[in-house]
Design a protein. Structure first.
Length: 455
């Protein structure tokens, strides 16, 4: 017996299967329609519930919150892109920018061996007690693998980090073929590692779902759409993969199936930077801006994906001229203006209100990395997908994407009944997993232990 964060528990293995971008409503629908019978039988053995994601609702932030049990104010990742300190240059935060320990770091110090596969924002791979293969964004497979001796096995199995989803809507046949091939290779590798390698903690994420949803959610929503059947066929294949993975996990092992967020249909994208331009709060030194470096000193406020609002502050940004007193008035003006934004297009959801709430930084984040946080973060109603596009001049529009992230319905399943699910949050997973492993939960983790016994 070991003393864990949730009380005295028996040391045990734990397995986690991640399904990127899968929400509870989709799972319930596909199970009810007989598309995923294996998952349906599994759900009867435990607890299924919707789970809150991170804010902002974006995979790099959500999965980093999952693997650290910490809010972004502690782990330091606020989006897929961020601004290099002292510059107006964007960069992609990666594993090296994560400022909190991962749950497998903590488990490794307690003598537990982990297999960690395909979690976003774990590139480049770094040393751990066990094996790790990075998820997106990963520049090359060689730097995505620890230890290096694993690389030949991955190549022999045709392993790919990600699907080629660029312009997927314009080449659906090639996309669906690649989707299936990537899933098949992931199945081979995950099964081999589960069966051949020693492990106490296994985490394997499947990101193919998210790629499918962003480009083809409209095909799921419309049974008459030309690729509706292909969408459902993918989930039939995924159901078989889940069945095989579950069979490979030793009987009695605590098993989680979780997602970083859900998905829903996009009605319209909206571009808060276009609104800022109309309000003369954002200006550029060129006619057609290509990036943040084109922002002029006259700028007061700008927005980065998916809805992170930054005041152009003196001392924070090289050309920033906004002082503390003016900043407070600006934030109030931006908050009120975006809350009052209306979309009068036909069929507009949520009464045509894209922004139901605007979060202040201190409402969301706390910790040593909070100075790097945005000043405000936009909440958004389902159907309205916020984009930080700087060059757009229209407030509302569309792109090739048809599916957007949702915050409050991320998939949570554990093969244990009677789990308390009130206020369930993605931050709860790391401390819960550590407790089931019989490992003490670090005091700086923000999540709550939800399952405290391994049986």
């Amino acid at each position: 017996m070991r003393r864990g964060g949730g009380g005295e528990v028996a040391a045990s293995r734990v397995a986690v299967i991640g399904l990127d971008g899968v929400g509870v409503p989709l799972v319930r629908d596909l199970v009810a329609r007989g598309i995923m019978p294996n998952l349906g039988r599994l759900l009867g053995t435990g607890t299924l519930a919707p789970m809150r994601s991170s804010i902002p609702v974006i995979s790099s932030v959500s999965w980093t919150s999952f693997m650290t049990g910490c809010n972004p104010g502690k782990h330091g990742v606020y989006g897929f892109t961020d601004v290099k300190p002292g510059t107006m240059t964007l960069f992609f935060p990666n594993f090296g920018n994560v400022r909190a320990d991962t749950l497998w770091d903590v488990a490794g110090r307690a003598g537990k061996r982990s297999i960690v596969m395909n979690i976003p924002n774990t590139y480049p791979a770094r040393k751990l007690e066990g094996l790790l293969v990075s998820g997106f964004v990963a520049v090359n497979l060689e730097r995505a693998v620890y230890p290096a001796e694993l690389l030949p096995r991955l190549k022999a199995d045709g392993y790919k980090i990600d699907v080629d989803y660029l312009n997927a809507d314009q080449r659906p046949e090639a996309f669906f073929q690649d989707l299936d091939a990537t899933l098949d290779a992931r199945r081979r590798v995950y099964l081999n590692l589960l069966r051949d390698e020693p492990w106490d903690l296994f985490i394997g994420v499947i990101t193919e779902c998210d790629r499918l949803h962003h480009y083809f959610w409209s095909q799921y929503a419309d049974p008459a759409a030309p690729h509706h059947g292909r969408f459902l066929d993918f989930y039939r294949r995924l159901d078989d993969v889940l069945a095989a993975l579950v069979d490979a996990v030793p009987a009695g092992t605590p098993l989680f199936i979780v997602a970083d967020h859900g998905h829903t249909l996009i009605h319209r994208e909206f571009y808060p930077n276009a609104w800022l331009r109309a309000e003369q709060l954002l200006a550029f030194g060129v006619e057609k801006p290509k990036g943040l470096a084109d922002v002029s000193p006259a700028t007061k406020v700008f927005v980065l994906d998916p809805g992170r609002v930054y005041v152009h502050r003196t001392g924070r940004f090289p050309l920033g001229g906004v002082g503390p007193a003016e900043a407070n008035d600006l934030l109030a003006r931006v908050r009120d203006g975006l809350l009052g934004l209306r979309d009068d297009s036909p069929g507009a959801p949520a009464g045509g209100r894209p922004v139901p709430r605007v979060w202040a930084r201190d409402e969301l984040y706390h910790g040593p990395c909070v100075d790097a946080a945005p000043d405000l973060v936009l909440d958004f109603n389902d159907g309205y997908d916020p984009k930080g596009a700087l060059a757009r001049t229209d407030v509302f529009g569309r792109s090739a994407l048809t599916g957007m992230h949702t915050y409050a319905d991320a998939l949570f399943f554990v093969n244990r009944a009677g789990v308390e699910i009130g206020g369930l949050d993605i931050l709860d997973l790391a401390p819960t997993i550590l407790t089931l492993l019989g490992v003490d939960v670090p005091s700086d983790m923000d999540g709550r232990v939800r399952v405290s016994t391994a049986r």
